[in-house]
Design a protein around this ligand. Structure first.
Ligand SMILES: [Zn+2]
Length: 391
């Protein structure tokens, strides 16, 4: 694939394209038939920066089009994630936050994580009105806005600097990364820690899970790129932790640069990572094309009804890239009420309530929520299902 030009949003270097996932709708924009005419599409291409090694998507829709009152992802719909956040909260209480300390979560969603800190000085920042309202109802103090340098200054004025800043699966969403990082740098107390969790790029590469690329995920960080970007903002990467959630996640621990010595684990991971070469990503692009061919060949070979499980944002990328419509997958079961009885973005496959799944007993099921496979296989173990991995 020829490398098309686009400048890195962080260091302004000319980037190189390694993946073209075609025309895509907004991944979480489940809609009704009367909204087809106004459905928004963009071209989903993914680029590598040869200078800071950041991976980023090109053209992307305005953030106001995505994180608005209709935003449909609620953290607390997954029991597994509730447990995951409880554990992170315990780690923070034991290691980083004293009783009078102040914790800020950016992208706090419905307060699933911060509700563990209701007895502490805490603040959530959440741009989506729908989920922010749920957080406040639960007794989690949360401001409904996008985080940036100005909001950081407002927090310092009204409450003070933070001992702990947490971002889980939201830092990659924030297109104005420059302002966000300046804001984090200011908000963090001199010895404060920033804990950021996001999809592990290495896992995406190994698993060829190209469905992680969609309009909400603008940036992807290898360890090497995260370290480079921290340096540009007077911060320093201190440690990392690999987590098995969401198909493989990475937790990055950063301090102000004066306090951020690189620990041994980080150094050895950096040596092994090998994600600083464009050729690695070119190979990945070729594997994605093979993945599409393999999936389509298999689905066409079945000649029986096929349904989907989990109308995830990730499924939007796969369905639109592979051009799979309701002639191939008749419906998708989902537990989220806001998505039910609507149509999937772009390919317009009907979304039906999960409640009928057990009664319908569908045979061939594409597992779009593959990152929760273990939990789902356990839940559906009585059904005689032919589970199909879409990637
Ligand atoms: Zn760059």
């Amino acid at each position: 694939m020829e490398g098309k030009e686009m400048n890195c949003r962080i260091c302004n270097t000319t980037t190189k394209k390694f993946l073209d996932l075609g025309r895509q709708p907004i991944a979480n924009n489940f809609l009704n038939e009367d909204q087809f005419d106004s459905e928004y599409f963009y071209r989903l291409e993914v680029f590598f920066c040869p200078e800071c090694y950041t991976i980023q998507i090109g053209d992307c829709p305005d953030k106001e089009k995505i994180f608005n009152k209709n935003y449909a992802f609620f953290t607390s719909t997954s029991n597994y994630m509730i447990q995951h956040f409880k554990k992170l909260a315990d780690d923070i209480k034991n290691n980083y936050l004293y009783e009078e300390g102040f914790i800020v979560e950016i992208g706090s969603n419905d307060g699933t994580f911060l509700k563990n800190f209701r007895g502490y000085k805490h603040l959530g920042i959440e741009p989506s009105g729908s989920v922010n309202a749920v957080a406040n109802k639960r007794g989690v103090r949360s401001w409904n806005r996008f985080f940036n340098e100005e909001v950081s200054e407002n927090i310092i004025d009204k409450i003070g600097q933070a001992d702990v800043i947490v971002t889980t699966n939201c830092f990659p969403h924030m297109v104005d990364r420059d302002s966000v990082l300046k804001g984090i740098k200011k908000l963090l107390k001199p010895k404060g820690i920033w804990i950021n969790e996001e999809a592990a790029l290495k896992s995406i590469m190994n698993r060829v899970s190209y469905d992680q690329f969609y309009n909400e995920h603008i940036f992807f960080s290898s360890i090497a790129s995260f370290k480079n970007v921290m340096k540009l903002y007077g911060l320093g990467l201190h440690n990392i932790e690999y987590l098995p959630v969401h198909g493989g996640s990475m937790r990055f621990f950063s301090f102000h640069k004066e306090y951020a010595y690189e620990n041994e684990k980080l150094s050895s991971f950096l040596k092994m990572e090998n994600l600083n070469k464009f050729e690695r990503f070119q190979e990945f692009g070729e594997k994605v094309e093979c993945s599409r061919k393999r999936l389509l060949e298999y689905l066409f070979s079945l000649k029986e009804e096929i349904v989907g499980y989990g109308a995830t944002a990730k499924s939007t990328t796969i369905l639109n890239y592979c051009k799979i419509g309701n002639s191939l997958i008749s419906k998708i079961y989902d537990t989220t009420p806001i998505k039910q009885n609507k149509l999937s973005p772009g390919m317009h496959i009907p979304i039906v309530s999960y409640d009928t799944f057990k009664k319908d007993k569908p045979k061939n099921v594409v597992l779009f929520a593959w990152n929760h496979a273990k939990e789902i296989y356990e839940k559906e173990k009585d059904a005689n299902t032919n589970w199909i991995m879409p990637i």
